[in-house]
Design a protein around this ligand. Structure first.
Ligand code: GLC
Ligand code: CA
Length: 544
């Protein structure tokens, strides 16, 4: 299971990657046409967001059939060809298993709604309590987490949209059904899996619980480790790469999820570092990033996961996040430096780095000016919630402009041409107007581009065992805007320093004498007590 330590993963949001048939929607044949580009990034695995049949209420995270291809994205033959072609290039696919919930259009849920007791037990149905829902819980996209079904006189639980009913993992038949899904895709040659909100699958034994956000009461539940271990061992996933998306989780749980001794997963995604700009923990309340907590979160998760024998998935961007260069970097004057600094920080950590499509170009937030440009159910719901809270339309749009998931879902920018080369037709979602400058074609021809810098980072991980396997300690740079860590392997030592500020910053004398491994300024300074704006540099110490 340790074969992935020098690997990197590329994440594709299928709907927005490449449209091969001119309907404005990305598809599997589009991905096939770009496999050599992906290979050129030096990645080993490609995680695809769900492309299974779905009413697309949550863009495919509402699956109505786990073992088929949504015609919107292609056919099973396209999928098989895609897997085979990637395999020839030495890359493997990780498919996205959305096992916490199905779509309400899944045949299991339809049978449940018709009153079939077998299928009602696939979901979480409960009687009213005092004429009301069993708990006063809020779902993740806003609104109550229970929906009432009149014909059954019962409520069902949904941690996300009402059209995403939660599965009942306590039922062994449900677990068998899901294992069969894994077996199906394994037989097709898939090399790994990403599991959607996996730490939410084990629900409380009783719903006699207080009001609040539903996921708070369902995260890292009482049977979650058992359920994961059973799924992994019964389907032979231990030899494959697996990553669990863990919502509002804890370090201790992530050590258990990812320590090979426990036979659970290869690694975990956690999200605490992506909440440091939430005012009072509210995603929809803006605040500049708190760099002190950002650093201390990384320090804790990096050092403690190592001590506990766990393994992190390390990342800034995905399809649920705004773009990191817009968030912790600078879209303007220091666009290039800040994008490279952020990449350096992540790629030299201990863990498996994930690159989200377009991150390697320094793609920015969408800059949508009107609510009509948004597509995501969460963004649209929260726009109205913000208005109900008394915010002006202008302020609500400003919040969405920084927080909406659609910021990370705009089409991949391939060229400066029509629709950024993503599609012949009008894309399903708009593009930021900077694609004339920020695109694959332009960056291919610039040796100093963000794209080529990412290639260098994945190559370094392949070549250097200290990056792939070394231990990690955070260092005190003497400046809270400059993050520093050292990687250690036997007698080797590498120091990484990253300036998260747009100013020149003074630092303590922590850079050793040695060889510059990489940096985002030509001619990085050594033994200097200053870093330039957003400067990042890694130095391998001379052996003493
Ligand atoms: C995960 C997915 C997100 C989806 C949610 C519900 O967080 O990454 O896109 O909306 O789960 O499935
Ligand atoms: Ca298409």
């Amino acid at each position: 299971m340790n074969g992935f330590k020098n690997s990197a993963v590329y994440q594709i949001y299928v709907k927005s990657f490449c449209d091969s048939n001119g309907d404005g929607i990305g598809d599997l044949n589009g991905i096939r046409s770009k496999l050599s580009y992906i290979k050129s990034l030096g990645v080993d695995y490609i995680w695809l967001t769900p492309f299974f049949p779905s009413p697309m209420v949550d863009n495919g995270y509402d699956v109505s059939d786990y073992t088929a291809v949504n015609p919107m994205f292609g056919t099973m033959a396209d999928c098989e060809a895609m897997i085979a072609e990637a395999d020839e290039l030495g890359m493997g696919f990780m498919f996205d298993m959305v096992f916490n919930h199905t779509s309400s259009e899944h045949e299991w849920f339809k049978k449940a709604l018709s009153g079939d007791p077998k299928y009602m037990d696939y979901y979480i149905f409960r009687d009213s309590v005092d004429g009301k829902a069993p708990t006063d819980w809020i779902a993740s996209f806003g609104g109550p987490a229970w929906d009432y079904v009149e014909s059954l006189d019962k409520w069902y639980l949904h941690l996300f949209d009402p059209k995403q009913p939660d599965l009942n993992w306590e039922n062994p038949e449900v677990r068998e059904e899901l294992k069969n899904v894994i077996r199906f895709w394994k037989d097709k040659g898939v090399k790994g899996f990403r599991f959607d909100v996996l730490n939410l699958i084990s629900k409380p034994a009783s719903f006699d619980l207080p009001a609040g956000p539903a996921h708070r009461f369902c995260k890292d539940g009482w049977h979650v480790h058992e359920f994961i271990r059973e799924m992994v061992t019964d389907t032979g996933l231990e030899d494959m790469v697996t990553v669990g998306e863990m919502a509002s989780t804890t370090l201790d749980n992530c050590i258990r999820y990812s320590n090979p001794r426990n036979h659970e997963l290869s690694m975990c995604f956690s999200f605490h570092h992506l909440k440091v700009d939430y005012r009072n923990g509210d995603k929809w309340a803006l605040m500049p990033p708190d760099l002190v907590s950002l650093r201390s979160l990384f320090k804790a998760w990096q050092e403690e996961m190592e001590k506990g024998g766990g393994w992190n998935a390390v990342f800034w961007d995905n399809h649920d996040q705004p773009r990191v260069v817009s968030r912790f970097g600078d879209e303007g004057k220091y666009w290039k430096q800040s994008a490279k600094m952020l990449a350096t920080f992540i790629h030299l950590l201990r863990g498996t780095p994930y690159i989200y499509q377009g991150e390697e170009l320094g793609m920015t937030n969408a800059h949508f000016a009107s609510i009509d440009q948004y597509r995501d159910v969460e963004a649209i719901n929260y726009f109205h919630i913000l208005l109900d809270r008394g915010e002006t339309e202008e302020d609500a749009l400003k919040v969405l402009g920084e927080r909406a998931r659609d910021n990370g879902r705009t089409p991949m920018q391939w060229t400066a041409g029509k629709n950024a080369g993503f599609s012949e037709a009008e894309p399903w979602i708009g593009l930021p107007d900077n694609y004339g400058r920020i695109n694959v074609e332009a960056e291919e021809s610039d040796p100093d581009s963000i794209l080529n810098y990412y290639r260098e980072l994945t190559r370094l991980r392949k070549e250097s065992s200290i990056i792939a396997e070394g231990g990690i300690r955070f260092l005190d740079s003497g400046n809270e805007k400059v993050f520093a860590y050292e990687r250690l392997l036997a007698k080797d030592r590498m120091v990484v320093v990253c300036n998260f500020s747009a100013e020149e910053e003074k630092i303590a004398d922590i850079l050793p004498e040695g060889r510059v491994v990489c940096g985002n300024y030509a001619d990085p300074p050594l033994h200097s007590d200053k870093l330039r704006p957003y400067e990042a540099v890694a130095v391998e110490a001379l052996q003493s």
